[in-house]
Design a protein around this ligand. Sequence first.
Ligand code: SF4
Ligand code: SF4
Length: 477
Amino acid sequence: MEMMKIADHKRFQTNGHDFVFVTQTGGIFEIDGETRAVLNLGLAGKSFTKQEFYAVLKGTRSNKDSLWKDLAGNRVLAAQKLSQGKPMLQKPEFPVKTLVLHVTESCNLMCHYCYHSPKELIKAPQLSMELTVAKKAVDFLFDQSGGLEEVVLVFFGGEPLLNLNLISKTITYANEKARKTGKTIDYAMTTNGTLLTDKAIGFLNENRIGTTVSLDGVEAVHDRFRRFPDGSPSYNVILPKLKKFLDKENPKPVVARVTLAKDSNNISKTLFHLLDLGFSEVGFAPVTTMDTDFKLDSHQMTALLDQFQDLSEIFIDLARKDEFLGFTNLVDLLVNLHEGDVKQYPCGAGIGMFSVDPKGGLFLCQRLTKDASANMGNIFDGLNREKLGQFRQNARLNKKSACKGCWAASICAGGCYHEAKIREGDLLLPNLHYCQWIKAWIETGLNVYGRLMNETPEFLDKLSMLRGHEPLFNQLV
Ligand code: SF4
Ligand code: SF4
């Protein structure tokens, strides 16, 4: 006889509606009185047969049958073996979809909080990628992309526009490779915006390069830390160039990335300032550092959450009018929830994504490019399959014992490896320092999700499509 149990879940309420988020499937359902009564029966953590379950229910046999069917269909009721987590695939193979090229280590800015510390930048020779390496990296991407029809090449640095010539030749080569293999290639770049000359702007648009510009907000905020090596501010160097770029028809969305450092306040002002400049979205990330000159302390992290929650309310108000607020952090979270993503890994690093340093070394991601423990081979000899296999085994959520039983695990999965390296000392450790924050933020996302689901469910589909995904609805009970 099959033993069942109530699946691990989190209940939440929005505007008087009761919802359940099933943690192992990522499903979100509005629940009715009957389901609520079942969840209140005190069966959590116990296993039971169908007969035992029926014995504690009230109502007719056909009511019980229909309730059983609904609960099982939504996986609120799960077979005991399912609740142990999905069985691990034997030697899972992951095609490479995204490759990040460090086209140069040089940067013309010297932002005070940069994760390559200014001291390091001064003493170490800054390498730039040669065309032979870039071409080999493109070959690697196509060779390792398996059956994928689309691949993505990202230009990163240092400041990538310092090596525009190489980028241009690499794109010519990659386009030809795409033509020969019948695949599609998309391009992206992260730039500090200081070198957005007319030539660079024309190039970015002609080649449909999705561009992220690192900008921290209004002049006074941006210029606190984002300065040239001689100490001069960068905002007014960037602004006229950026305006020219954003005034043009950009075939790909141009987004802003804001690094939040100590005493960052007025997130709304920053968001609306950047949207007013013409960015389609703005994403915020607290700086990853242990340096107390820059790190947000716990009060500032709480204030940040409050401001994210205020922005979420504005997001809902606009969504009701079918208008979009380009608040990337919330959009990404809602798309995750809508698509029922159940993460085994926190991100694509070392799964479908790698970064390449100027010499051709392969690393888990762009922020770990100088970390030997994140090196996974090189583009000439290929991936170090043994080391990568170990990483994939050890980075899986089920290896993070501290995350066991955490209701947010299917979304957080332990968090960023780079953050873990800096804050926890090892990239494989879960980011326990921010559990409380991330859970509160995910809870905010669930709340927004529930309200949108009731009031304007088609808006959630639109968000998925905005991210280039097929619409996928979580079903209402
Ligand atoms: S790091 Fe914290 S919030 Fe994230 S999955 Fe682990 S226990 Fe949960
Ligand atoms: S490890 Fe962190 S920085 Fe790197 S891709 Fe993952 S989330 Fe991003």
